[in-house]
Design a protein around this ligand. Sequence first.
Ligand code: BG6
Length: 518
Amino acid sequence: MGRAEFRTTAASVSGKFRKIDECELEIPGPFCLVIFGASGDLAQRKILPSLYRLYRHELLPEHFFILGAARTDMGEDAFRLAVREKVESAFPEDFSGTGWDEFAARLYYLRVDYEKAESCPPLGERIDFLEERHYTRGNRIFYLAIPPDVYEPVIANLGSSGLSREEGGYTHIVIEKPIGRDLESAKRLNVIIGGSFRESQVYRMDHYLAKETVQNIIMLRFANLIFEPIWNRSYIDHVQITASETVGVEHRAGYYERAGVLRDMFQNHLLQLLALTAMEPPALFEAERVRDEKMKVLCSIRGFDLDSLSEFLVLGQYGRGRIGNLEVPGYREEQGIAGASMTPTFAAMRVFIDNWRWNGVPFYLRSGKRLAGRKAEISVHFKRVPHLLFSSAIGRGGIEPNVLVIRVQPKEGVNLLFETKTPGSRVCLSSAHMDFSYRKTSSLTDYERVLLDCMQGDQMLFVREDGVEAAWKLFTPLIDRTESDVTARNFPNYAAGSDGPREAGLLLEKDGRRWRKI
Ligand code: BG6
């Protein structure tokens, strides 16, 4: 039976639910998932283990199959064995022989040449054959876990061969970052994507959006009455967004040397966090409406004054140091990195949003590798109380302003810092923390969540074409300028295991503020 003969709608859910951690999750409808780059690192470390875990949690439908497509010449048994090894090492607690054979029986492999259009007909035939065997009703997902330089031919070939069409079922394409390396290349890629797929078929990944607490930003802001009335320039002094990592460049020297921290973390993850924090309430909790509001924020960010970079931007690169008890090499000593590399592994910057709500409120963004700790958080720093009644009694310069901290990772949760009287007769104030922690981390990882959403046709956690371009429009001139003159860089300028370069601290100090501890 050919694909067109399936008499189904493009329904992507099964109507069946499964309860995981007190949360009802809908099981997607039947699907076929083609992973381009299935023998590569991303597929083997993240995507395939995530699919196995979804299967173990009974979150996948009865009818599905996964077809790995990659350049590596290997047989199906070798592919299954490689996946098994990765799954076992990624989730040893979830791996038990039980269930593996059933999962493995749905794993297939086909060698393809990404650049050659001739690869598509055999791919199409294989999909048709397997669809019939697994009753997947024509629902297809193409996942690009391949190097970005082959995105264009793969997407164009899917289009020209007709594989991108939706007939009887849905066809979705998942595209990993980076979507381009500047505005021009992002636009070009979006044109290629648009030539083969409609926007409603396209799922541009930003795995930060799938983190539990990132989604909680929307709930916290708009499901509570108490935050929204004060979520503006009248009450908020500034906002800090930090994503710090203890890991170094790891095995990604080739990519990272060309990317640097501004492309790797700011243009995507940090801007997405900023947009969710700053956006207006959407009319509906629905993908298009939420993405519209985020888009308005991105378009309101004040363009950077490229002639005064040092006023708002600090770049850094790690040198040798210690992470815990471990001596670690400097960036320039890492494998595959040029001995005189000028690639920044750290950045801190001040950003303004020129709109009614945020006028004059600085957003400080910071991210880096090999820092003192691993954390991602958004902290909203409120203004000081307008009149300090207790100043004579408490005998110190003032009291701490309230801070609301949204912890994205680790220890996901929300914390409110407020002043309270300490027991005793005198007026004596101290800071207290009201802390909410997720009892345990969600049992779904970010990759598991986005895979489920894509199977269910929910684009909320994916970035729209205009969102990607707005982010590049903002960052491209800045990155170009920082790359055009690197002579002034005094790299390395922070030790691994530290809080980053000293200048990052000064960036806030000169505004009379200070960073939260990493
Ligand atoms: C990726 C970056 O997008 O995010 C990596 O390319 C970075 O350089 C990673 O390490 C951080 O993600 P997480 O989920 O570990 O915070």
